[in-house]
Design a protein around this ligand. Structure first.
Ligand code: CP
Ligand code: NVA
Length: 307
């Protein structure tokens, strides 16, 4: 596979292989040190939206591996505006060895990958967030091992983060349930794809309106912002719809007693997630954010053919 655009493009074994590599690289980071496998390689990072975790973790992944990263801001590139995506892809392919792009329209990162001669990593689109999905799966395996049949519940907007989580769960044999309000469901095409994967892996998918029903017996409760980047004009409307979907101590009572709580961050504290839960004993939000570094190192290494 040349690119990393969606977890659903990879087989269950390939995903598990990436996760095993990420766990090894994390061990090395905390013990013997980092492998210098990115020496002489530069990652071009195209951002059409803001970022803290994606930008810093990709940059540090490259530096720790002896390579470098180049940040290209929305105003600099004007992807598809100042210059066509096909031209940007072909020009950058002569300067850097690998690209990562955070875009509005998913079709734009697909187009970039089509024209680039170097590998392209999707750093979030309106459709999905596959690097996040890999760090999420890594965090879940650190907590519960590789056991199949775990119950992973997502509460809130059926957005890009939910799509990648659903797909990685289906690939790894974890049951996935979602509690989302009417009008904020997962995209039908993403659900259909998940159902096809689930039919092969034996995963159960459950779609609920009631958040309490969605988290019943859950080992993982996951939430994300009610308003994603690019939807800012809907904020007031969404703030009225989503409060029943807040992840708080009361919601946790219906889950497994060892439940872990996850959020891709940035969190809007005391909106989708209370301070009490975010900073409480069940929370894994910071280890989860830190795992972006290790999961992405594994993706970079595989695409560059160095591990
Ligand atoms: N979770 C995540 O992708 O964070 P950033 O938007 O800060 O990169
Ligand atoms: N769903 C959020 C994720 C941010 C990392 C967004 O797209 O803004």
């Amino acid at each position: 596979m040349k690119d990393f655009i969606a977890v659903s493009d990879y087989s269950s074994d390939e995903i598990q292989g990436l996760l095993d590599l990420a766990i090894d690289l994390k061990k090395e980071y905390f013990s013997s040190g980092n492998r210098p496998f990115f020496k002489g390689r530069v990652l071009g990072m195209i951002f059409q939206k803001p970022s803290l975790r994606t930008r810093v973790s990709f940059d540090m992944a490259m530096r720790q591996g002896g390579g470098d990263a180049l940040y290209l801001s929305p105003s600099e590139i004007g992807l598809g505006k100042r210059e066509s995506i096909a031209d940007v892809a072909r020009v950058l392919s002569g300067y850097v060895q690998i690209l990562m792009a955070r875009v509005f329209e998913h079709a734009h990162v697909v187009e970039l990958a089509k024209w680039a001669e170097v590998p392209v990593i999707n750093g979030l689109s309106d459709y999905n967030h596959p690097c996040q999905g890999m760090a999420d799966a890594m965090t879940i395996q650190e907590a519960f091992g590789k056991s199949r049949g775990l119950n992973v519940s997502y509460v809130g907007d059926g957005n890009n983060v939910a799509v990648s989580l659903m797909h990685v769960c289906a690939k790894l044999g974890w049951n996935f349930s979602i509690g989302s309000p009417q009008g904020y469901d997962l995209q039908p095409a993403a659900v259909k794809l998940a159902q096809e994967i689930a039919a092969q892996t034996g995963t159960r998918l459950h779609f609920a309106r009631d958040p309490h029903e969605a988290v019943r017996g859950a080992q993982v409760i996951y939430t994300d912002t009610w308003t994603s980047m690019g939807q800012e004009e809907e904020t007031a409307k969404r703030e009225k719809v989503f409060p029943p979907y807040q992840v708080n101590s009361e919601l946790l009572r219906g889950a497994d007693r060892d439940v872990i709580v996850m959020h891709c961050l940035p969190a809007h504290r005391n909106h989708e997630l209370t301070d009490e839960v975010a900073d409480g004993p069940h929370s894994r939000i910071f280890p989860q954010a830190h795992n972006r570094l290790h999961a992405q190192k594994a993706i970079l290494a595989r695409l560059l053919g160095v591990a």
